[in-house]
Write a protein that binds this ligand. Structure first.
Ligand code: C5P
Length: 294
């Protein structure tokens, strides 16, 4: 019998992202609030006795050992010593290098699925450690929902769930390198830690309201290089969004709307202008964990 799993691999947004300082290891110390949303890729993972193979419907996604799902499978194989293989088929719906964590999400669900398929015994701490090596956002996708990320973003804790049913994702169609965004940030002199930290701490203790005062410290540098992102934010607000913010290192912007009619209207206006758009809602932790495996 072929052993196979179909998996949903959700995207994320950052409700807020505060950069504190550059660390001795070259990474930046963050306080961020991450959130899974309904946009998702689909993965089909089949256990084989051969090598690790990646197949993807999007030519912008590497199908070799550069692919994060490949790295996840290879990392798990090495950690457990199994000689089993896998064929990983990725149906890409999440824009690539877009601040939505698509590759990181693919890697995290691959770890979870292969642990089941290969029937390998690894404790949670070992899986989290493997995830953190793959990338700063990968451990978040092991829990999903609303979570606080500290350290380089990899040290995640579940917090009170933030719910929003009327979000619009807008992507201007160009990729942004996360590494470049942080490197440009380092060139700015920042004399004091972000003044928004108290907001993140309040949010971590539990907030009832959407984080309208939230911000993203990477916006300043990324918008400097790509003014079109600022234009997307302005347009979303003029189309009725209560709040619009770049997610992660961009270029995707999310708008928070009050109802589905406004969201759909804004989506069609943005589409006419040539932008990729996707109306989404938040996915809380229990929905995340009960819907990943189809
Ligand atoms: O962890 P990840 O591989 O996703 O990070 C990509 C790049 O982004 C890192 O190599 C680093 O240059 C930068 N980064 C950073 N501080 C973080 C996260 C990422 O400087 N907290």
């Amino acid at each position: 019998m072929t052993r196979q799993l179909q998996i949903k691999s959700y995207a994320k947004i950052n409700w807020t992202l505060d950069v504190l300082f550059k660390r001795a290891d070259g990474y930046h110390e963050l306080r961020t609030i991450l959130q899974t949303v309904s946009l998702h890729d689909r993965l089909r993972i089949t256990e084989t006795s051969g090598p690790i193979e990646i197949v993807c419907n999007d030519s912008r996604v590497p199908c070799d050992e550069m692919n994060l799902a490949y790295k996840a499978a290879a990392g798990l194989r090495e950690a457990t010593g199994t000689s089993k293989g896998a064929r990983i088929e990725i149906e890409k719906n999440i824009p690539v290098a877009a601040g939505l964590g698509g590759g990181s999400s693919n890697a995290a669900v691959t770890l979870m699925a292969l642990a089941k398929l290969w029937q390998v015994e690894l404790d949670d701490r070992e899986i989290i450690r493997l995830a953190a090596i793959l990338g700063s956002d990968v451990p978040f996708f092991l829990i999903g929902g609303t979570a606080l990320g500290i350290g380089r973003g990899e040290d995640v804790s579940p917090i009170e769930q933030i719910r929003s049913d009327h979000l619009l994702l807008v992507n201007p169609g160009f990729a942004v390198s996360t590494r470049d965004a942080y490197e440009n940030l380092s060139r700015l002199t920042r004399s004091e830690a972000s003044s928004r930290i108290p907001f993140t701490l309040r949010a971590a203790r539990g907030i009832r309201e959407l984080p309208l005062e939230a911000s993203n410290d990477l916006e300043e540098v990324v918008l400097g290089v790509h003014p079109e992102i600022a234009e997307v934010k302005r347009r979303l607000v003029s189309l009725g969004a209560r709040h619009a913010l770049m997610s992660g290192s961009g270029a995707t912007v999310f708008g928070v709307f009050d109802n589905s009619q406004l969201t759909e209207q804004a989506a069609s206006e943005m589409r006419v202008l040539g932008y990729w758009t996707e109306p989404v809602r938040t996915i809380d932790r229990s929905e995340y964990q009960s819907t990943i495996f189809e």
